[in-house]
Unconditional design. Structure first.
Length: 300
């Protein structure tokens, strides 16, 4: 028996983490992190992952351009997430309840003093949740005892911890019931709350399917606090909006551009993709290229 494929995405990945240092000095843009596959942790049974675990190895490119296996960098496990569905028959007082189980695909990366845990969660309702947890240790420098600053935090006498913004961008190339996916918008629904019910007779013998669609629910997060003309904002144009929707184009792979560390401004990233003339909001007859989503998420 052949099982039909049910593809939702061709790409669903963490793309271009950005850490912005909040100080008044020049050149405090900190870093745009890429090639984070080289920074993945080797996960162990215990605190990293609990329960029945399946570990997967990763493959990275070494300095000689050869493939190298990194063992146990991804763990798969199931976990309970509360009640999935429940109903009590008021006539018989009998209840039926199910549990909401989640399949979790998790990996952890260490970038200098920061550690990020990324978890893709797949539940029984076909929802997909991408969770980012920022952990690790503080990045500290010395400060004269007794001195204070409104731009930083004094962790302990003589120890100063700078303020950072952590922006994590997720790239999504949807393939819901095919690859020509579309975002619908238009002047008839300016605030996004309109819907209508249509009744159409079936006049000829034919098949009728319901439209396949999925809801996209971005997280409520703070946008980048740096001013738009600052070097931090210029190097991370993708962090100026919660969601970007652009047409797919080969070789456009990274939200912050291909060479973020060699530039003072985002080049070839989502900011340039958004300036192209091929508008992503289109009508039913315009199906030239699929849409893709980029969602930056800020952690403070």
């Amino acid at each position: 028996m052949k099982v039909a494929e049910d593809v939702l995405f061709t790409t669903l990945k963490v793309n271009t983490p950005f850490e912005a240092l909040q100080l008044t000095q020049k050149q405090t843009s900190r870093k745009l992190s890429y090639s984070i596959g080289h920074a993945t942790n080797n996960l162990n049974l215990g605190c990293d992952c609990l329960g029945v675990i399946k570990y997967l190895d990763g493959v990275v490119i070494d300095s000689e351009g050869q493939g190298a296996i990194t063992p146990h960098v991804i763990c798969l496990h199931e976990q309970d997430n509360g009640i999935g569905w429940k109903h009590t028959n008021w006539r018989t007082s009998r209840a039926v309840v199910t549990r909401n189980r989640e399949l979790v695909v998790q990996f952890v990366v260490t970038l200098a003093n920061y550690d990020y845990a990324f978890a893709y969660k797949f539940d029984l309702s076909r929802s997909i949740t991408i969770e980012t947890r920022a952990t690790g240790i503080l990045s500290v420098v010395s400060i004269d005892p007794g001195k204070r600053s409104k731009y930083v935090n004094v962790a302990s006498p003589g120890v100063l911890a700078q303020n950072y913004e952590h922006v994590i961008c997720v790239r999504m190339d949807p393939a819901i019931d095919g690859y020509d996916n579309t975002v619908r918008c238009g002047p008839k629904n300016p605030v996004g709350n309109l819907y209508e019910v249509r009744r159409e007779p079936v006049e000829k013998s034919k098949w009728v399917d319901a439209t396949t669609q999925h809801n996209f629910t971005p997280a409520d997060t703070q946008l980048l606090l740096a001013q738009r003309e600052s070097i931090q904002a210029q190097r991370a144009l993708f962090a100026q909006h919660h969601v970007w929707i652009t047409r797919y184009l080969d070789q456009e792979l990274y939200a912050g551009g291909r060479y973020p560390l060699q530039s003072k401004k985002e080049v070839g990233g989502v900011g340039d993709a958004g300036k192209r003339e091929n508008n992503a909001c289109r009508g039913p007859s315009d199906q030239t290229a699929p849409d893709r989503f980029l969602q930056p998420k800020s952690i403070h």
